[in-house]
Write a protein that binds this ligand. Structure first.
Ligand code: FAD
Length: 366
C-alpha cells in the first residue's frame, strides 16, 4: 500500500521509518517550520518518577522509554549513530527527605512492571553533587540508572534518513489534504498531487489548520517552549546524568561541555516564535538556583518550539470515522520525545491493519 505522511517531527519520522521497514511505499512531507517541537527539544526519557496519575499516558510513556534501546540499536546497525541517546541515568532532586522516600517507593513499585528503570538509589547531597558537580550542595536525590537523554533533532534526522534509505520519498513543502466527498485520497504540495491509499497526519501543533477544510474541529493547541544551550568550556559532561529539580524544569548535558536547561511552558502565545526576556530570565533563574556552578557557562543558543497539546494533555491517535483513508496522531505534549518513536511504530501497525499494543480506545480522537 502507499502512504502519505504530513509532518516529519519525531512522530511522522518514526511512522515513516516503521512503514518502510515493512516494505510499504511512503511519501513524507514537511515544510520545515521554525518551531517544530522535535527540532527544539533536547530531551529526557525518564517517565517513571512522575506523579501524573493518568494510566493511559503512563502506559504510553513507559512503553516509549522501553522501546528506545531496541530502536537505537537498529538505527546504529544502519549507520545512524548520531541520535544523542544515552542511558546516563537520571537524578530527581529534593531537600525534603520524606518526599524523596515517597519517590523511592513509587519508583520501586513501578519497577515491578518496568525493570528497564534499572537500579534505584537514594543519594545524599555530597554524592548527588559528585555526579553533577555544578549543583548546589543542598539537594539529595533519587537516582535511576535507566534514565536517558536524547537529542530530538538527531533522532529525527536518523529516522528520516533510514526511511529514505528504505525507499521513502521526502518532500519539502506546505501540504494540503486532497479529498473527494468522504475519502481522503492524498496530499498536494505546490499544486502537485501525491495520491495514496492512506494519509497520516502527524502535523504537531499545526494540525488543526490542516484538518479545517475537512470541517473537523481538531482541538490541538501550541504550547510555546524556550530552551537554552550553555557551554562549560573544557569540562567533560558526557556522562552527567539528567537532572530533574523540584521545579518544573530540567537540566541535561550532552558531551563536550554542552548543558541544556529549560524549558518554559507558555500557553496562549500562539505561534509567536520570539526569544523573550521573560522566558530566558525564568529559565536562568530556576536553573541557577539549583545549579549555581552554571553561572559562568557561556550561552550558546536559545531554541523555541511548540509542543502540541491536546485537551486532557493525553496523546490521541486513530482513524477518523467521518473520512476514509485518514489516520491522525497528535498531542504528544511535553513527553513526545519519549513517546514518539514507539507511537510511530504503533501508527505503522494501524496503517497496515495489524493489531496495536496500545488499546486505541484509550487514546480516542473524538
Ligand atoms: P513536531 O515535532 O512539531 O512536528 C510536526 C511537523 O509537522 C513540523 O515539522 C511542521 O512543520 C510539520 N507540518 C505541520 N503542518 C504541515 C503542513 N501542512 N505541511 C507540511 N508540514 C507540516 N519530550 C520529551 O519526551 N522529553 C523532553 O525532555 C522534552 N523536552 C522538550 C523541550 C522543548 C523545548 C520542546 C519544544 C519539546 C520537548 N518535548 C520533550 C516534547 C516533544 O519535543 C514533542 O512532544 C514532540 O517533538 C512532538 O512531535 P511531533 O512530531 O508530534 O510534532
Amino acid at each position: 500500500k502507499s502512504h502519505t505522511i504530513i509532518g516529519a517531527g519525531i512522530l511522522g519520522a518514526s511512522t515513516a521509518y516503521h512503514l518502510t521497514k515493512r516494505g510499504e511505499k511512503v511519501t513524507l512531507i514537511d515544510r520545515l517550520d521554525y518551531g517544530q517541537a522535535t527540532d527544539a527539544a533536547a530531551g529526557i526519557v525518564c517517565p517513571w518518577l512522575t506523579q501524573r496519575r493518568n494510566k493511559a499516558w503512563y502506559k504510553l510513556a513507559k512503553e516509549g522509554a522501553k522501546y528506545y534501546p531496541t530502536l537505537i540499536q537498529e538505527l546504529e546497525e544502519q549507520g545512524e549513530t548520531n541520535t544523542g541517546y544515552s542511558r546516563v541515568g537520571a537524578i530527581s532532586l529534593h531537600t525534603d527527605e520524606k518526599k524523596l522516600e515517597k519517590m523511592m517507593e513509587r519508583a520501586l513499585k513501578r519497577r515491578e512492571e518496568a525493570p528497564e528503570i534499572g537500579e534505584i538509589t537514594l543519594l545524599p547531597p555530597n554524592e548527588t553533587n559528585k555526579i553533577f558537580p555544578v549543583l548546589s550542595r543542598d539537594y539529595s536525590s533519587v537516582h535511576v540508572s535507566g534514565g536517558a537523554r536524547v537529542n530530538g533533532r538527531g533522532v529525527r534526522n536518523a529516522l528520516v534518513r533510514a526511511a529514505v534509505k528504505n525507499g521513502a520519498t521526502f518532500i519539502k513543502g506546505d501540504a494540503k489534504l486532497v479529498f473527494e466527498e468522504t475519502s481522503v485520497i492524498g496530499a498536494s504540495v505546490n499544486g502537485q498531487v501525491y495520491e495514496s491509499d492512506q494519509v497520516i497526519v502527524t502535523a504537531g501543533a499545526w494540525a488543526s489548520k490542516l484538518l479545517k477544510p475537512l470541517n473537523l474541529n481538531f482541538e490541538i493547541k501550541p504550547q510555546k517552549a524556550q530552551i537554552i544551550h550553555l557551554l562549560l568550556n573544557g569540562v567533560d559532561t558526557s556522562n552527567w546524568p539528567v537532572v530533574m529539580p523540584p521545579n518544573n524544569q530540567y537540566i541535561l548535558s550532552f558531551g563536550e561541555g554542552r548543558v541544556v536547561i529549560g524549558a518554559t511552558h507558555e500557553d496562549d502565545q500562539g505561534f509567536d516564535n520570539r526569544i523573550t526576556a521573560g522566558g530566558v530570565h525564568e529559565i536562568l533563574d530556576k536553573a541557577l538556583s539549583v545549579a549555581p556552578g552554571l553561572s559562568n557557562a557561556s550561552i550558546e543558543e536559545v531554541r523555541v518550539g511548540f509542543r502540541p497539546v491536546a485537551p486532557n494533555f493525553l496523546p490521541v491517535f486513530g482513524t477518523i470515522p467521518q473520512y476514509k483513508g485518514l489516520i491522525v496522531a497528535n498531542g504528544l505534549g511535553a513527553s513526545g520525545l519519549t513517546t514518539g518513536p514507539f507511537l510511530g511504530s504503533e501508527l505503522a501497525k494501524l496503517a497496515c491493519y495489524e493489531s496495536t499494543e496500545l488499546n486505541i480506545d484509550d487514546y480516542s480522537i473524538s
